[in-house]
Design a binder for this molecule. Sequence first.
Ligand SMILES: [Fe+2]
Length: 340
Amino acid sequence: MRQNYTVNIPELAQFTQIIMDLSDDLITVIDQQGMIVAMNTAASRLLGVRPAQMIGRSLVQAVYGGKKFDYQGNYLSPLVETLETGREFKNIETKIKSPLLKSDFVCRTTTGLLRDAQGYAAAAYAYDKNLTEARYLERTNENLKEVLHTQQLQTVLAFTEAIGTRDNYTRGHSERVAEYAQMIATAMGLPDISQLVYIAALVHDVGKIGIPEHILNKPGRLTEAEYQVIKQHSVLGANILKKVDSFSDLVAIVRAHHERYDGNGYPDGLRGEEIPLISRIISVADAFEAMTSDRSYRRRFSIEQALAELRRCAGSQFDPVIVDNFIKLVIGTGWGKSLG
Ligand SMILES: [Fe+2]
């Protein structure tokens, strides 16, 4: 039997808050003026504030330090963009760049307008799905879950976070290399190892933790001596991973990620198939990511230039079969366009 009852508005607001707080994902609602009217604890926890401190404040002021646009004129907040332009987003990958955060927060964002009875926009909401952790869990198949329990996954997360904090250039780099490497493995018909590829690629530069910061982040050219120091990171990384039992599969892979197909790489001068397959895959993904990202000393290559360079070095630096597969993957799926 249906029962009619009314809920008064303050109670409703309280219930809504309770429901929002059940979510691990970030929920924020702003009114027509861009003032925060609701924020769940997941969002406020991420920002290191209490929800009560945020309610009634301008989102742009409170979260983005008063900045509405980035230097290219794009909205920093998809939520503000939705409010001001009416453009709604569904599951787009975004990065929250807030002065309140130590590093960018990667999430999958859905925004929308809330309209009043007359159809006018009364408020806008954003739902930010936390990808930083979801991504790893998503990519971890049952098989690997048996080996890598949550605790080990957290260790991987801590490692990648640690590398990112030390090395400006590596921030986000490992995640992208991991994605490319996993796509290569899948394209090569190696789904069984694709999870291992992903994890190995995430931690491939973990040894950079042991490289002095002034060398790691040196803006100019490295001297020969400094280059020798940087080169130690693959061995250092392998030695770090050796200390964690469940990472034993990763040790040889990380050690060999700078080996070259022709035997002129380091640290062991392995050649061809002596180099672990996953290291050969990471090497291609790593080079492609580096070439297609801006560096302080040069602009990024176009996708075409980067692919041409991979092709040029196939057989010398890279495994030609992997390069072939990668080029097919990028061209065949039109995937390169989304990167450019
Ligand atoms: Fe490396």
